[in-house]
Design a binder for this molecule. Structure first.
Ligand SMILES: *Cc1c(COP(=O)(O)O)cnc(C)c1O
Length: 375
């Protein structure tokens, strides 16, 4: 058996007829960028999440930057976010000229720690808080909204890994002033190329984001302010409409796979299984276990030798990466949970087209491996 960590080609095969028809429709229509498919997708995705407005953009990194800018964040403003995330989160903050200040995460959810955020907000006057709903889990939005409110900061949610995740029954991306999604092919809602979207609460912010994504144009060729080019193309929008129709089902299958992993891996030595907070309904973008006793890398090697795709999300927290090391502000108490997680996390294969017997195979190989390493 050869089991990939994720497998976007199977997503194409599962909906081949509808995706091929979408391709034909766009090619024959003759509008290739920002046309009827993009408009329809924006409406459908807004309806699906329950957000008032959706603006399609070129990718998730742009979506984070645009969501921050549409929320009033400007060059020089401090933005509190996490170090335990895709580097794109922090890169987007810096690209608009804002200054990231990094908080620690909770060991349980792998998301922003409210205690750490409170320390950071007391020391830095942050214009915005940018929590990341990592792995399809949810950050503690009760505590984060309350803290941001008390300190006069906007909240922008990075939902690139959390399409459909909910906190106390409310969809990720509908808590803050704005939210950013990525449709990179391996995400829960993936295009077949790059894509992203911004969700915003009010009409003004939506208009601002729409202008920003196209040179600041107010009407064709007339810029009100300096913007840039970050448009969603019609092919990707048409594909996303097809895939959105299956997202509920795909997330449901991810939940089944997660509970199968939970059942089969529960009694193994030296492992901690992912824990969703009691308020969180996760969508399992990734299934990330922790392997203790310094054995993670050896366990990863043995799984890879048996053709099982595993990964570390992420091998280095942002504040320790060569591009950022030593120059980013962090919680004065350091980021101990972030650094601890980094040495223990292991992502197991997770995508909606994994078969039960493939999950069982991963579990039996991981079981054998951990029992051997602990003998
Ligand atoms: C994927 C991802 C992004 C960036 O999305 P792109 O579409 O690759 O630009 C941002 N934040 C997080 C948490 C991600 O996982």
């Amino acid at each position: 058996m050869n089991i990939a960590l994720c497998d976007p080609k199977r997503a194409y095969e599962a909906q081949k007829t509808a995706l091929d028809a979408a391709f034909q429709r766009v090619m024959k229509n003759g509008r290739y960028i920002l046309g009827p498919e993009t408009e329809a997708f924006e409406k459908e995705f807004a309806d699906w999440t329950g957000a008032p407005h959706c603006v399609g953009v070129a990718n998730g990194t742009d979506a984070v930057e645009l969501a921050l800018r549409a929320s009033g964040v400007r060059a020089g403003d401090a933005v509190a976010t996490v170090s335990h995330t895709a580097v794109a989160t922090v890169a987007a903050v810096e690209r608009l000229g804002a200054v990231p200040v990094l908080t620690d995460v909770e060991l349980s959810s792998s998301c922003m720690s409210p205690e750490s955020l409170e320390r950071v907000l007391k020391r830095h006057k942050a214009r915005a808080v940018l929590p990341v709903h990592l792995y399809g889990q949810c950050a503690n939005m009760d505590a984060i909204m309350a803290l941001a409110g008390r300190h006069g900061a906007k909240v922008v949610e990075d939902c690139a890994q959390a399409h459909g995740a909910a906190f106390r029954g409310k969809m990720a991306g509908t808590f803050g002033d704005a939210a950013a999604f990525s449709f990179y092919p391996t995400k829960n809602l993936g295009a077949f190329g790059d894509g992203g979207a911004v969700l915003v609460k009010n009409e003004d912010a939506a208009r601002h984001a729409r202008q920003l994504r196209q040179y600041g144009w107010h009407e064709r060729y007339i810029s009100d302010f300096a913007g840039f080019n970050s448009r969603l193309d019609e092919l990707q929008a048409a594909f996303l409409r097809v895939r959105l129709g299956r997202l509920e089902q795909d997330n449901g299958r991810r939940r089944q796979i997660a509970s199968r992993y939970m059942r089969h891996l529960a009694d193994l030595p030296g492992i901690t299984l992912p824990l969703a907070g009691p308020a969180t309904d996760p969508v399992w973008h990734l299934f990330v276990v922790r392997i203790h006793d310094g054995l993670r890398d050896e366990a990863a090697r043995r799984l890879q030798d048996r053709a099982i795709g595993v990964a570390r999300h992420y091998p280095l927290p942002v504040h320790l990466q060569p591009a950022y090391r030593g120059r980013l502000a962090i919680d004065g108490k350091g980021l101990p949970n972030t650094e601890k997680l980094c040495g223990e996390i292991l992502s197991l294969p997770m995508h909606p087209h994994l078969a039960d017997n493939e999950v069982d195979y991963v579990c039996s190989v991981l079981g054998e491996t951990l029992r051997e390493l602990h003998r």
